[in-house]
Design a binder for this molecule. Structure first.
Ligand code: GAL
Length: 420
């Protein structure tokens, strides 16, 4: 009996030791919340999963469907409120700063120093990934929203050419309509409508106006005739959607263009990820043009991986994730698939197709010319409450709950004021 007890005690002790050992050891798992659930997005995310698997990290996926990430951000809020932090979460601009201010983000500064991120990541992105001198997030990419994605066969059929002005674009949409093709592929969800409106505002008022109204929230600009004209232009363009556009997901709108059921989609270059996933080639199957009147400017957003203040045994996985994300090879491989461009300035464009090369060149030039501005619809113009107010007003206008451009401008000013 005595011997048995001793043996049992020994086993218990050994077990306790093993448990303690496991607790102290690093958890080889990355838990990631994101909204990358379309074909192109999932393919891009796979590049990261595979890179981390090679280093021995398991991937615990927390996908929350819904383009633009509103549903994902609601889920994240609940997780964080419950003290259940993911290793990292996909986030846009001002959302990172909100969480950093709330004191729930980790600190990757040591890794940043070792890896030289300060020198490689553009200033515009560091404003959102560094908070009070600490790296709290890593940028995965740079997307831009002022693009047209056009089906080449439909374009040839209607004898269309690249629109240089907003009026040219309307004339082109008319040609598609006359040929019996849906001219504009749009998903009637507020974030898609507002993402398109970002481009319309830039096209109507130019980069200086865009910056004043959509980033500085200058009231005179928000209630100006230029803003009214922007809404007039929005009213003009939404006449070209098909009757089933309400509620459609963005990637289904892209699929309409890919299949030739529609001529064009106005969307961020995540749409290109869908063309890549469908094995379509730029110049042959589809065309990428800047939204007319916005050439030379880039309205950007960047997907950040916000790094939470996870327990000590999860930190090494977080560092591995952050290091992999900002490595040069990953930045090239991932962004080729995603449709975006690298978040580092020192990645060669060799692996990118002609749209990607153009995106990279445009970003560099716009940055040098002071024409790189944050997308209000995509979290880089103003904090989330204001961006949501903006999306709401634009969407009400598109769906006829706000009837005139005058009324739209009034409501926009009011809604932004209330959200401040
Ligand atoms: C954006 C994000 C992109 C893409 C898109 C559609 O907010 O920056 O990476 O995922 O939503 O889901």
């Amino acid at each position: 009996m005595r011997k048995l007890l001793t043996t049992t005690a020994l086993i218990a002790l050994a077990l306790a030791g093993a448990t303690a050992g496991a607790r102290a050891a690093d958890v080889k798992e990355v838990q990631m919340l994101h909204w990358w659930t379309s074909g192109g997005e999932a393919a891009a995310l796979n590049v990261l999963k595979q890179d981390l698997a090679k280093e021995g990290y398991a991937w615990k996926d927390v996908p929350v469907a819904g383009g633009g990430g509103d549903a994902a951000m609601t889920a994240l809020k609940a997780m964080v409120a419950a003290g259940n932090y993911p290793t990292a979460s996909q986030m846009l601009g001002y959302t990172v700063l909100d969480y950093a201010q709330a004191g729930v983000m980790g600190d990757l500064t040591e890794t940043a120093k070792k890896e030289g991120w300060d020198k490689a990541v553009p200033e515009a992105l560091q404003k959102f990934s560094v908070y009070n001198g600490k790296w709290v997030a890593v940028p995965v990419n740079v997307h831009s929203v002022n693009w047209l994605w056009i089906n080449k066969a439909v374009m040839d059929k209607i004898g269309g050419k690249q629109p240089k002005t907003f009026d040219d674009l309307i004339a082109l949409l008319d040609k598609a309509k006359a040929a019996g093709v849906t001219p504009l592929a749009l998903g009637g969800q507020n974030w898609q409508e507002a993402t398109m409106f970002d481009s319309i505002v830039m096209s109507t008022g130019g980069p200086e106006f865009y910056k004043k109204a959509m980033n500085d929230l200058d009231e005179d600009s928000l209630k100006s005739d230029t803003m009214k004209k922007s809404f007039d232009n929005l009213a003009k363009i939404v006449k070209y959607v098909d009757p089933n556009f309400s509620g459609r997901d963005w990637n289904l709108a892209t699929a309409m263009v890919i299949k030739g059921d529609a001529l064009v989609q106005v969307m961020g270059d995540w749409a290109k990820g869908e063309f890549v996933a469908a094995k379509k080639k730029p110049g042959t199957d589809y065309l990428c043009y800047r939204f007319p009147g916005t050439e030379g400017s880039v309205i950007y957003n960047s997907d950040m991986f916000g790094m939470f203040n996870v327990p000590a045994d999860r930190k090494s996985a977080q560092v591995a994730l952050a290091t992999a994300t900002l490595s040069k090879s990953f930045q090239s491989a991932f962004n080729v698939v995603k449709g975006s461009v690298p978040a580092r300035t020192d990645v060669p464009d060799t692996a990118f197709d002609e749209c990607g090369k153009m995106g990279m060149a445009n970003l560099k030039a716009a940055n040098a010319d002071g024409k790189l501005v944050g997308s209000l619809a995509q979290g880089y113009g103003a904090p989330p409450a204001i961006a949501n107010a903006y999306k709401d007003v634009v969407s009400k206008f598109v769906h006829g709950q706000i009837k005139t451009s005058d009324e739209a401008v009034q409501q926009l000013v009011q809604a932004i004021d209330d959200a401040k």
